[in-house]
Ligand binder design. Structure first.
Ligand code: NDP
Length: 295
């Protein structure tokens, strides 16, 4: 079997924490794994476990029919993939880009790949490195269904759930952006909460169990809000946005009294006040999503 069609071979470009986790999972699954990273010296442990170290990106991509890219963003993946020798070596092979970036960058990369006869899937990893190769990994993919099916057996080595979101190449990045939006704004709220609590003499450890309780409220609320937003009801029966805006103002006042920057909460309060000013004060917080989407 030629390397070109060898379904037990895979290449990983990018050996940051996530790239190393991906390569490790491929090795654990018994796949012939070739690795490359811009800065040398990141492949030691993988090579000790049986990976082949390529001396250049073009040598790496030539070693397998499937190349998985996992670098910081698409400026970085462009810097690697769009070198003439790498692009030429990729002709007829498949690239799965698991780096994070915007849907627009995914579409641009697919267009570039199409022009160069490179088969292309885009993807996003939604869970941290320790989940890779376990049941807890969550991967989202988009692009040609047939190509996804073809490489599904190799990608399965990464573990967990894999969801093919459809042929529209920007779809995985669209989900990624939306889900990271949830994550980072929640984390920003937590960082701010820790600062305000500390100013009030409450340690992070003291607050943590109660913060976990707040976190546990969110999953059912996400489902409830989704149904409410899709139905366009924005129900405020149990908690009108006028009441929510009032509690947001308390947070702003308490943190600014300690000289702590409350700009994130000020933005959220401002959005709630805008909803009220537009005449939707009896609605629930989900109305913000509708108002934000207005052009
Ligand atoms: P980083 O996001 O820090 O990416 C590091 C990798 O990017 C290294 O291999 C680095 O190479 C490479 N890189 C950066 N700039 C360039 C460039 N100009 N040319 C070539 N290579 C470059 O670390 P991670 O491995 O953690 O993340 C990789 C991707 O996975 C990111 O898009 C991230 O958002 C995503 N991800 C990561 C998760 C995690 O828990 N770590 C979770 C989910 C997704 P070098 O060593 O030479 O600097």
């Amino acid at each position: 079997m030629s390397v070109h069609t060898d379904r037990s071979a895979v290449t990983v470009l990018g050996l940051g924490p996530m790239g190393r986790a991906l390569a490790g999972a491929f090795l654990d699954a018994g796949l012939r794994t070739t690795v490359w990273n811009r800065t040398p010296g990141r492949d030691g442990e993988l090579v000790a476990r049986g990976a082949a170290a390529a001396s250049s990106a073009e040598e790496a991509v030539a070693a397998a029919p499937l190349t998985v890219v996992c670098v910081v963003n698409y400026d970085a993946s462009d810097a690697v993939l769009r070198q003439d020798a790498v692009t030429a070596a990729l002709k007829g092979r498949t690239v799965v880009n698991l780096s994070a970036d915007t849907p627009g960058r995914a579409r641009d990369t697919a267009e570039w790949a199409g022009r160069h006869g490179i088969r292309y899937l885009d993807g996003a990893i939604m869970t941290p490195t320790p989940t890779i190769g376990t049941d807890d990994a969550v991967l989202l993919l988009s692009g040609p269904e047939e190509l996804y099916r073809e490489h599904r057996p190799v990608l399965a080595a990464l573990g967990g759930s894999h969801t093919h979101l459809g042929e529209e190449i920007g779809r995985a990045a669209a989900y990624d952006i939306a889900l990271l939006d949830v994550f980072w704004t929640a984390m920003a709220g937590y960082a701010h909460a820790l600062a305000v609590a500390r100013a009030e003499g409450v340690t992070a450890t003291e607050l943590a169990p109660f913060a976990q309780g707040i976190g546990a409220i969110l999953p059912p609320l996400f489902a409830e809000f989704a149904a409410d937003a899709d139905a366009g009801t924005y129900s405020g029966e149990l908690n009108p946005i006028t009441s929510s805006a009032s509690t947001m103002a308390h947070i702003v006042h308490a943190s600014e009294a300690h000289g702590i920057d409350a700009s994130v909460m000020r933005v959220i309060e401002g959005q709630a006040r805008r909803v009220i000013a537009l005449g939707h004060g009896a609605d629930g917080f989900t109305r913000v999503a509708e108002v934000l989407a207005r052009r």
